[in-house]
Design a protein around this ligand. Sequence first.
Ligand SMILES: Cc1cc2nc3c(=O)[nH]c(=O)nc-3n(C[C@H](O)[C@H](O)[C@H](O)COP(=O)(O)OP(=O)(O)OC[C@H]3O[C@@H](n4cnc5c(N)ncnc54)[C@H](O)[C@@H]3O)c2cc1C
Length: 459
Amino acid sequence: MAQRFDAIIIGSGQAGPPLASRLTAAGMSVAFIEREHFGGTCVNDGCIPTKALVASAYAAHMARRHSDFGVVVGGPIGVDMRAVKARKDGIVRASVDGVSAWVKGMPMMSLFWGPARFTAAHRVAVNGEVMESDRIFINVGGRPFVPDWLGLKNVPYFTNTSMMQVDFLPEHLVIVGGSYIGLEFAQMYRRFGSQVTIVEQGPRLIAREDEDVSSAIYDILAAEGIQIRLNARCIGVAAHGAGVAVRSDCAEGEPIVTGSHLLLAIGRRPNTDGLGLEVAGISCDERGFIRVDEQLCTSVPGVWALGDVNGRGAFTHTSWNDYEIVAANLLDADRRRVSERIGAYALYIDPPLGRVGMTEREVRASGRPALMGKMPMTRVGRAFERSETLGFMKILVDATTNTILGAALLGLNGDEIVHTILDLMYAQAPYTVISRAMHIHPTVAELLPTLLQHMRSLQ
Ligand SMILES: Cc1cc2nc3c(=O)[nH]c(=O)nc-3n(C[C@H](O)[C@H](O)[C@H](O)COP(=O)(O)OP(=O)(O)OC[C@H]3O[C@@H](n4cnc5c(N)ncnc54)[C@H](O)[C@@H]3O)c2cc1C
């Protein structure tokens, strides 16, 4: 006999809990199903723990730079990895407890622990219990992609998930994958004191970004002593003494990279296998992401997919925005659509990269008349005072409408000040709103008006 609920939420990702809060506040009974832990990837092995570790790595880096600031330290700088992990664990625990208390405190809330599986379009089973609803919300996220490389079954390796248990210093960490997750771990472990080698199959790091961004980031990481192997597609791994050897099909350089430990950071896959979507008639694309419409409804009416699993975003903020879109449509008669949002994200190396909208490459490919402003961070007084002048700011503007098309802010506080540009883009206001504004001195954002006053035509 199936239990009936007004709504079923599968997965405690970044959209599930806030959606449950809105639904229960609207008087609905909600069945909330989670198979592992409250808070999903972001809280347990994604954003929050990695940024906690990035903060420890930054502290170690600045401590080593003590003499640049006239600070005297009475000995070499060391990193206690057990303490680093304990700090990270404490931050994660507080976040998990917060989500847990929030969900458990909701009225009309029924919690179920275990993997959910559809047994019909509007029926879900978990641990032998069956429940039905006219409204089902899938927020099951993703997990690290593990390839079927030759030898991988025979050597130990880390993913971003298992890295969260590391409480020691790897002597030499080999990271396969030179994109966002791989780069954050690379710089963090280099600053903790490991040797680090990145093996990337493409011709440059984070290939989705413009070439000047990729190459500036290459220089920043290389200057810290990180070895970077490009054009090196990994084709096999094997044990090498107590460590590991990664074999690649590189055109240049040694075909084998050896290290003490291996981290795979080559992408993530959606948690849709095992969910019984085919039984429910819910359509997926060839990579397993659930197909959704503008309001995030799946191919089955009354079933929505939110967060990484719908392939429309891969961030906590896109998942949270998915919740807002679904809640607005369902509860507020507000027809918000996913295509209304502007792509924005950050890469949390030091200095961080704040990104919004189109890249220079995309603007050029669009063929529209455009303006571009670009200045090095050495022009920013605040960065100069803090001796943190690496990177640059770049903004692209539509020369016909004067609206901002995109920006890449690689530098001190780039992840924060990019919101100045993002909000102007949402307002669909011309760039002159910023170029004529008086910004506060000495801040990083004070360069934005100057930058926008000195744009050139994009040839
Ligand atoms: C190392 C790393 C760093 C990151 N850093 C950032 C960052 O700085 N900023 C940012 O915006 N994003 C970051 N992300 C991405 C971010 O973590 C995800 O985009 C975010 O968690 C959104 O996920 P979600 O809501 O789709 O679900 P998730 O957070 O992945 O949660 C899904 C939940 O569903 C549960 N589940 C899965 N299958 C089932 C099932 N069958 N039954 C029941 N429950 C199930 C899982 O246990 C999990 O709790 C990072 C990711 C990683 C891996």
